[in-house]
Each structure stands twice: as structure tokens, then as C-alpha cells.
Design a protein around this ligand. Structure first.
Ligand code: BES
Ligand code: ZN
Length: 456
């Protein structure tokens, strides 16, 4: 194990250069125009798994982008760790706010800047390199390892979900190791034990059958943008509570112990507000910021469009307006049920003067991981050793749709070993990843695989 660490240390520069190659591939899953890049990227990952020493490396076709699989199952009687990650990335817009081309990685101040640097190429690459370090020093791994790296996490993981339902044996394991989340703060090793879920809806209001002159017609018919804005405004009350009936019905309050853990993290509202350049934080009344982020459901408009949006002015009363609205969910809430309640409520508050069309985009179930498990304990020791500090436990506000399905189908705990930082600008211009977190991620993974070898 120590020789693997040594090897990883000595080969850091080579690893970073390979990560740069990975980041050059514009694997944006939501844009049809990037279909070929998805395949190129899947093949790149497969190649890297092979050179790392994995066997049975294969692309599994799906209705969407291929899944990349590889395994090494020669550690008889030892546990099997399934390592999950995603090679797809988010779109780059608004491109003009990037300081470099998002697919021409740049290293500055110990950080690598590119789309996908943190989310999730940098983080999953750390695990591929940890395995490579073992094979190149000890010729074998201390445990059995399977990799499944998908190309559709950012669009809801539906095809992986279908694949999982049919391939239970292929993916069977004792624990699922995932790095697609954040450290609590720089240099603080962190394990995340919760993820929020998601329901994502699109609402289109149609007023008159065509765009109209706002002078000739303004005042006679409904303006769908005005009406949509009123609807959105009605979805939350003045205390920041979502007004959709039954929205909070199954939300469980957090335990006293959890509250104490959050308090021990010494979160500073002031520092947070300053970092985001806002005078004041805002959200559901009666809860601390960490509680609101990690344990309370929310509703946010992610995009709204209609009418004239170019520079300058055009007097128009538009025919249509659309809003994309997402809700982050917490344990107890079911994405499908929430979608139904949302649809019913929005229909009920839409005025007769407009037609409404509501569609559900993707979603994901919330996750809460039992802290009482030996794989998590090993992960805590491993990350603590790699970072040289005590590991903290946090929940996350983001979602990873497949995690609950993995846990239920494979009957194994998920280990969320976050390596990113919330300040890394994921899904945003100038996304980056700290190279020291990449390095410590590789060490964490090496220590973890070694520490779990006797857990079976
Ligand atoms: N890596 C993120 C999830 C994440 C972000 C976890 C921040 C913790 C902190 C992941 O790639 C992601 O963006 N997930 C989507 C899921 C959605 C598209 C179903 C999300 O959370 O919006
Ligand atoms: Zn993401």
C-alpha cells in the first residue's frame, strides 16, 4: 500500500497530463450535437481502465450514451467495491464568462480549469489512478473492484437505472464508492451521508394564438409572461415555505444528534454571504443555513423565457412563456408524487385566460446513509490519513439520481467521498478542481481499498 502511495506521488504530473486529455473531450450529454464526443469519451475511459490494469473492460450500449465497465475480481474471499462516476459534463454557457476555452484546460494557482474538472472527470479519475498505482507496484489490488462510469448522470441516469435493474449480478458489491460531491471546506476530509432528490418541471403558458402588438392588444388579453410570473410568485409564501399542498407531508424532522453535528461544523453565514456577494441570506424561516441546504426541500425557477429577449426594445405581447422549475427533495418525499402535486396545483392557479402545459423533465430520489457501517468507518480513516486531519460528516444539497437505486438494488452502503469544493464553480463558468484534492483523492482511494480488505 505504501509503495502505491509512493508511486502515485511520483507520477502525479503524468496523471495530471492524462486528466488534461480527458478534459479536452467535450462530452456534454444534454446536447444532441455532442453525440460523437460521448462515444469518444467513453472509449477514452475504457482505455484508461485497461491501462490501469482492469479486466473485462467493455462499453455497454444503452438507448443513450454507453456505460463503461471494468473489473478485477481476483481477490478471493475479499470484499468487492463498486466505483461509480460519470464522464458526461454540463453545457458551457454562458461561454463569454469563461477565462479560457472550457475544453482547453488551463492550470493556474494549483487549480485546473475546464468543464468537468470537478464534476466529475477529476473526481472519478482519482479512483482510476489509485487502482493503477496498486497494479504498477503490487501487481494486484487488496480487494475486488468494479468500475461503472456512465455518460448520463447530468440528465437523470435513466438508462443506467434500466441497466441496473437487469444486471444486478454484474454490479453486485459490498460497498459503492463515489466521489461526486464536496469537501465541507478546503483541507477538511469529508464524507457525505445525504443527498437531496429532485423533481424538475417545465411549465408553458399560452395566451393569444400569436404574438401581438402590445399597443393594439395590450389590456385586452392575458400576457402569458405576466401570468407565469404570478404563478411562480404563488409557489412560495413570505416565510419561504413552498405552498404546494402535501409538499411537506412526509418530510421527517432531523434528530437532535444531527442538529448538534451541524452546529459543531461552525458554519458562518457572514462568510458565506460575503463569498457570494449578497447582503443577506434568504430561505425558509426557522432553519439554519446548513439545515436549509441539506435537510429542507426547496423550489427554484431555473430559467424563464418568452417574448423579446434581444438587446433593445420591441413592443410585443407574447403568445407563450415558459419556466423551468425544479424542486430539491429530502428523505420522505417521492419525486413522482411531488410532480403530481405540482401539476395539480399549478393547473388550479392558472387563470382561464391561458392554456397551460406541464411536463416532467428528470428527477432523482433523496438519499440518507446509515452512519453505522464499517465501510464508512474505513473511508473515514482513509480520508483522514490522506488529508492529515479528522474527517467530518456532512449532507449535500445536490443530487445523484442513481445512488438510492444502487443502495436498494445492490443492498450495499454508498460511500460519498467528496473531493470537490462548493467554490469550484460546477455547472458554471470557470469550473475548476484543486490539484491537491485530486492528489489527496488518489491517496484516499488507495488507503480505502487497503483498509477494507479484511471487512468480509
Ligand atoms: N456532482 C453533482 C451533484 C452534487 C453537486 C452533489 C453538488 C453535491 C454537491 C451532479 O453531477 C449533479 O449535478 N447532479 C444533478 C442531478 C440532476 C441532473 C438529476 C443535480 O444535482 O442537479
Ligand atoms: Zn453535475
Amino acid at each position: 500500500m505504501n509503495s502505491a502511495i509512493q508511486y502515485a506521488k511520483e507520477n502525479q504530473e503524468k496523471y495530471v497530463n492524462e486528466l488534461i486529455e480527458y478534459l479536452r473531450i467535450p462530452s456534454i450529454s444534454t446536447l444532441e450535437s455532442h453525440k460523437n464526443d460521448m462515444l469518444t469519451c467513453a472509449n477514452f475511459v475504457a482505455d484508461k481502465l485497461k491501462t490501469a490494469g482492469m479486466t473485462k473492460v467493455k462499453l455497454y450500449k444503452t438507448k443513450g450514451n454507453p456505460l463503461v465497465y471494468g473489473e478485477w475480481m481476483k481477490a478471493k474471499g475479499k470484499p468487492t467495491i463498486l466505483i461509480y462516476g460519470h464522464y458526461d459534463v454540463q453545457p458551457v454557457d454562458p461561454i463569454e464568462l469563461w477565462d479560457n476555452n472550457p475544453f482547453e484546460p488551463v492550470i493556474k494557482d494549483g487549480k485546473i480549469f475546464a468543464r468537468g474538472a470537478n464534476d466529475n472527470k477529476g473526481q472519478n479519475f482519482a479512483h482510476i489512478k489509485s487502482v493503477e498505482a496498486f497494479f504498477n507496484t503490487e501487481r494486484e489490488l487488496p480487494v475486488n473492484v468494479k468500475f461503472i462510469i456512465e455518460g448520463e448522470e447530468e440528465v437523470g441516469s435513466e438508462n443506467l437505472s434500466t441497466f441496473l435493474a437487469k444486471n444486478h449480478d454484474l454490479l453486485a458489491c459490498d460497498a459503492i464508492l463515489i466521489s461526486d460531491t464536496s469537501l465541507y471546506a478546503p483541507n477538511i476530509p469529508t464524507l457525505n451521508y445525504g443527498l437531496r432528490g429532485l423533481t424538475y418541471m417545465e411549465v408553458t403558458l399560452t395566451g393569444p394564438n400569436r404574438d401581438l402588438h402590445s399597443g393594439s392588444f395590450g389590456g385586452s388579453v392575458a400576457n402569458p409572461i405576466n401570468e407565469l410570473a404570478k404563478i411562480i410568485a404563488q409557489l412560495q409564501d413570505k416565510n419561504g415555505k413552498v405552498t404546494i399542498p402535501n409538499f411537506y407531508k412526509n418530510v421527517k424532522p432531523i434528530t437532535k444528534k444531527e442538529k448538534e453535528n451541524f452546529e459543531s461544523l461552525k458554519f458562518s453565514d457572514k462568510k458565506y454571504a460575503k463569498e457570494l456577494d449578497v447582503k443577506e441570506l434568504q430561505g425558509e424561516k426557522g432553519y439554519s443555513t446548513l439545515e436549509r441546504l441539506w435537510t429542507r426541500p426547496t423550489l427554484d425557477c431555473n430559467g424563464i423565457f418568452g417574448g423579446f429577449t434581444e438587446k433593445g426594445a420591441k413592443t410585443v405581447l407574447p403568445s407563450k412563456a415558459t419556466a423551468k422549475i425544479s424542486m430539491r427533495l429530502v428523505p420522505g418525499q417521492d419525486p413522482k408524487e411531488i410532480a403530481k402535486e405540482f401539476t395539480k396545483f399549478v393547473k388550479s392557479i392558472t387563470p382561464k385566460s391561458c392554456k397551460v402545459e406541464i411536463t416532467e423533465l428528470h428527477g432523482g430520489k433523496p438519499v440518507l446513509i446509515d452512519l453505522n457501517n464499517k465501510y464508512l468507518e474505513a473511508a473515514s480513516k482513509a480520508t483522514s490519513k490522506a488529508f492529515g486531519k479528522k474527517t467530518v460528516y456532512t449532507r449535500e444539497g445536490g443530487s445523484i439520481p442513481i445512488v438510492l437505486e444502487f443502495m436498494e438494488n445492490l443492498q450495499a452502503p454508498a460511500i460519498l467521498m467528496g473531493l470537490g469544493l462548493d467554490s469550484d464553480n460546477i455547472h458554471s463558468p470557470n469550473e475548476h478542481f484543486h490539484l491537491n484534492n485530486f492528489e489527496r483523492g488518489i491517496y484516499s482511494s488507495i488507503y480505502f481499498l487497503d483498509l477494507v480488505k479484511d471487512l468480509k
